[in-house]
Design a protein around this ligand. Sequence first.
Ligand code: PFF
Length: 433
Amino acid sequence: MAAAGSAVGLGNIWGFPTQTASNGGAAFVLVYLILAFCLAYPAFMAELLIGRYGQANAVTSLQKMSRTLWQKRFAFVVGFGGIICAALILSFYGILAGWMMSYTIEPVARFAGLNSSADWLISQSLVRNLLFTSLFMVLTVLIIRSGVEQGIEKWSKRLMPLLIGLLILLIIYVMTLDGAAEGLNAYLNPDISRVLEPELLISALGQAFFSLSLGTSVMVIYGSYIGKNENLVILGAQVTLIDVSIAFLAGLLIIPSMYVAQAQGVAIFAEDGSLISGSSLVFTVLPSLFEGMGAVGLFVGFVFFLLMSIAALTSSISMLEGPVSYVVERHDMARSKATTLIGIGIFVLSSIIVFNIEFMLDLVAMISTQYGQPIIAMLCCVFVGWIWQRNDLLNEIKQGNDTVEHSLFWKIWPWYTKFICPAAIALVFYHTI
Ligand code: PFF
């Protein structure tokens, strides 16, 4: 559940629908689903196994399976690269999560009659962004200081069904409104001629790896916390399914909502058919949907953005855990000190982004998610396929799953991770360049 908590976050409800809307609708959905199951799931298994075998942070775990000096160096580059990637992601993720928090408080302010404060909460400003980013970072740091095992699973267990339930109710509501049918068509009826467009492919690849938190050392460290009696093959498949389903549901809500908002006169597309407000799409479309519900809308808006803030928190916790566990284990620093120092460092980076939001937010997101994550995840597959001894690998998977040797998974996955995953990821990059 903690791994699912890391996977399910803003990437599902903000990232996936936004990318879908900006990349041709259903064609993107189709490519995303294929890449999530055929590339992200096998890479996810590789990271979980590395962690459970190594029982430590990404660098130490990868070095445990290395035999020569250059392999150990390579292990350092891959493991440390993932940790840097996690820190970079958290620096922009905290800003977006801060927006979610301010959108949670806005309906409360409005309910209390504080209309000007409510307006301030949902308009872009330096002060608001700094305030809510710091609030979110403090929450993340406080949870990580007390140790990752406590609490996260409990939170995730309650959050997930609530989030799914609310999404389904909202989807049913949206489907009754004018314009929804057109949105449904845009979401589910792919234009096959677009599926090989380089921009679409690289975005779908980045989105699939972002959504499963890959290439960041996070799933390696979570793998190290999983008991040896657990069946990793099933566990990995469950997390992937939960993650993809929630993203799919979010798209089913947001894409039709865009068309509903447009039917109500909100400007969503420019004259040339491109999106007017890329990254703030969700913040344009959803509030206009909630507004249309009258007084109930205030309550629905509050619950929705609260759930989003908690989902963001269970993801940001995992991002901070990557660098913290590295420093605690390798440099023998106390957990609370390491968490505070790294938290402050990341907040400084977030502040730099906030001050240059127009040009840095998208840039940092693109470098870390579209390039960093797939490359590091690809190198983890290379590690598992080419450096880890096959017998050690089998012994690790067998724990908690003794019949795996005769399963379809063991017949396909090892060579698939060795050849297909690295080659396919490299091919997407080649195609884009
Ligand atoms: N998977 C998270 C989401 O979809 O929101 C984002 C994420 C979490 C990315 C942890 C990277 C990471 F290490």
